[in-house]
Structures are given as structure tokens and as C-alpha cells.
Write a protein that binds this ligand. Structure first.
Ligand code: XUL
Ligand code: MN
Length: 344
């Protein structure tokens, strides 16, 4: 039960603080500088969007992309960091306004597939076999804009294309029910797993479960994790927190609901998450109010809370829990857990 956890985050988790209603409030920290901060904060893994590693990749040849990715790999090696995953960024460019794989424009769908293959090439240079798909714009603002059956067919086609491009990659779909779209086509873990079973190699299609995304779908993140663990397809996690049904907040892990966070750590620990190299990803954002030079605390705080909760998980009196379950005395179990969280 005493496994060691490795932590990761993405460069986007150190950011300038803009939101839809206001501009940046902090200066930009250069990518290479961000990589230097990882170890100081207690992190070992770097999560990448494809263009975090290779900026302006749409303007570059395959050889240029490989060269640039190689330079980033050298920095990672120098810092003692590993790349955890690469995610094709299919939501910012002019070709992805109407979505990537499910765009109504065949040229845009081709762009999305090509870009996904390029992400796999970048992942290979960076030394990871994990690809994350956050299907940001694969959905609609109005139901009539796309055909939801055809959309699923197209998602399967695109995933098959990736699986064929590299027989060793694994794909972790990161479900999210809304934002930026009104409704996304793959809103939950169940949808993602079911989509995997339509592909040519379901054994290589799993999930990245983000706490906030599950909460936005009205679901409990630890139960979503249990579902994926039952299929042995929990490839990574994006732990954070979320205060109710509103915009995706990416709050520090445990900052809204410690008990909900405790249960996420509990299920990961219970089923030996991390023993096969899975990392604890923290997809958290600093508050916009944080001043210059103090906007990495959300990362170290989230890690610290994870480790404190891990300690509580390991010290939980399992015998007492099992006895109360056997007696069906869930009121007493409720109090036992609350007292445990209160340190009593
Ligand atoms: C979006 C989200 C993204 C993905 C990576 O809500 O969570 O940060 O995790 O592209
Ligand atoms: Mn995420």
C-alpha cells in the first residue's frame, strides 16, 4: 500500500491570469523557465499540448517539427523531467472553429487527423506513448448544427487513424460535458470508454479523468475513476476542484470539498494507481488575484493536499470501516470519516 506517487502538470498551469472578462495580470514566464520550476515544486512529469513543445507547428515541415521536439527532449533530460503525454491542440486555430474530428468541413477534419498524427510523432521524440484527447470543440452550440451519430463515427475514424499511425501509443480521452461547447459529444467517462470499444483497438483507448469535468457533469470524480479502473483504463488524471455547476474553475485540489478529494485519493491508492508509471496530474489554475512571483502556489498546494490526504487514507481504520459496512451503520461510518478528516 505504500506506493510512491509522481506528479505532473502542463505549462498552461502557470499562466498570466487572463479570463474572458479581463486581460493578463502577470508577466509571461518563458517555457524553458517553467521547466526549471517543476522540480522545485516537487513535480517530475510534464504534460504537453503539441504546440507547447513545437510552437507554430502548422508552419513547419516534419523534419523541423522533429528537430524542435528533439531540443525540448534535451531540456527535459537535462532537468531530469519526463514527458507524460502530448495532446493535440484542436481548439485554437482557424481550422478548428467548428471542431476538429467532427467539423462539418472535410478539409478541417483532415487537418485534425494530420495534426493528431504529428502529435504522436512529437510524443515519440519526447519519449512518451500517451496521447490525451480533450475533445474541446467536438460538440455543438445548437443541436441542428451537426449529426450526433455521424460525429461519433468521425471520432472513431480519427482515433483509428491515430492507433494505426503508431501501434504502441495509448489514447486517453479527457471527457468534459460543456465549455467551450454547449454540449460535448463525449461528456463522461462512460461515453469515452464506450467510444473506445468502437475503435480498432479498445485495449489502447482509455481515459484522463478530470475532477472538475466530472463535477460539471453532475458526477462524483472518484466514482468515475472507479469505473475506469474496473476497465483498467485509467491512464492519467487531472485532479483539481470545482465549486458547483458553473464555468470550469480548475481550483486547487481539495479546495472546495476535502472529502470529495479524499475519496479520489482513496480510490487511486486502493487500486495501486501509479504502480505502472501513471502520474498524478494536477490541472489547476492560479487565482487571477495572485501577484507576480506567487502564482505557482496552486501547484505545490495541490500536491501538498494530495499527500496529506494520502496520509489520511493510509491511516484510515479499515477494520472499523469494514465493521460498520457489515452492520450497515452508514450514519456511524459517515461520522467516522468526518472525524478522520477533522483529525479527531
Ligand atoms: C480543458 C482541460 C485542458 C486539457 C488539456 O478543460 O482540462 O486543459 O486538460 O488540453
Ligand atoms: Mn484537464
Amino acid at each position: 500500500m505504500a506506493g510512491k506517487y509522481l506528479f505532473s502538470f502542463g505549462p498552461w498551469n502557470i499562466h498570466e491570469g487572463s479570463d474572458p472578462f479581463g486581460p493578463t495580470v502577470r508577466g509571461t514566464i518563458a517555457f524553458a523557465q517553467k521547466l526549471k520550476i517543476y522540480k522545485e515544486l516537487g513535480f517530475d512529469g510534464v504534460q504537453f499540448h503539441d504546440d507547447d513543445a513545437v510552437p507554430d507547428m502548422d508552419q513547419l515541415s516534419a523534419a523541423e517539427i522533429e528537430k524542435k521536439a528533439g531540443e525540448v527532449r534535451a531540456i527535459l533530460d537535462g532537468e531530469g523531467l519526463t514527458a507524460e503525454f502530448v495532446a493535440p491542440r484542436l481548439w485554437e486555430g482557424p481550422n478548428t472553429i467548428d471542431g476538429g474530428y467532427t467539423s462539418n468541413d472535410p478539409a478541417c477534419r483532415e487537418y485534425a487527423k494530420k495534426r493528431s498524427r504529428q502529435s504522436i510523432d512529437i510524443a515519440n521524440v519526447l519519449g512518451t506513448k500517451l496521447i490525451v484527447l480533450w475533445l474541446a470543440r467536438e460538440g455543438t452550440y445548437i443541436r441542428e448544427a451537426k449529426d450526433s451519430k455521424v460525429a461519433v463515427d468521425r471520432l472513431v475514424e480519427a482515433i483509428n487513424d491515430m492507433l494505426a499511425h503508431d501501434p504502441d501509443i495509448r489514447i486517453a480521452i479527457e471527457p468534459k460535458p460543456n465549455e467551450p461547447m454547449d454540449h460535448a459529444y463525449i461528456p463522461t467517462t462512460g461515453h469515452a470508454m464506450a467510444l473506445g470499444y468502437l475503435t480498432s483497438d479498445p485495449a489502447r483507448v482509455g481515459v484522463n479523468i478530470e475532477s472538475a469535468h466530472a463535477i460539471l457533469a453532475g458526477l462524483d470524480p472518484s466514482d468515475e475513476m472507479g469505473f475506469a479502473l474496473a476497465y483498467d483504463r485509467l491512464y492519467t488524471v487531472h485532479l483539481n476542484d470545482q465549486n458547483g455547476l458553473k464555468f470550469d474553475q480548475d481550483k486547487s485540489f481539495g479546495s472546495v470539498d476535502l472529502r470529495r478529494a479524499f475519496n479520489q485519493v482513496r480510490i487511486l491508492e486502493q487500486y495501486d494507481y501509479g504502480q505502472r508509471g501513471e502520474m498524478v496530474g494536477l490541472d489547476v489554475k492560479a487565482m487571477r488575484t495572485q501577484k507576480e512571483g506567487m502564482a505557482t502556489k496552486h501547484l505545490s498546494n495541490s500536491r501538498e493536499v494530495f499527500l496529506a490526504l494520502l496520509d489520511l487514507v493510509r491511516r484510515l481504520d479499515r477494520t472499523a470501516v469494514d465493521q460498520l459496512i457489515a452492520q450497515r451503520d452508514y450514519e456511524e461510518l459517515d461520522l467516522l470519516i468526518m472525524n478522520h478528516l477533522l483529525g479527531k
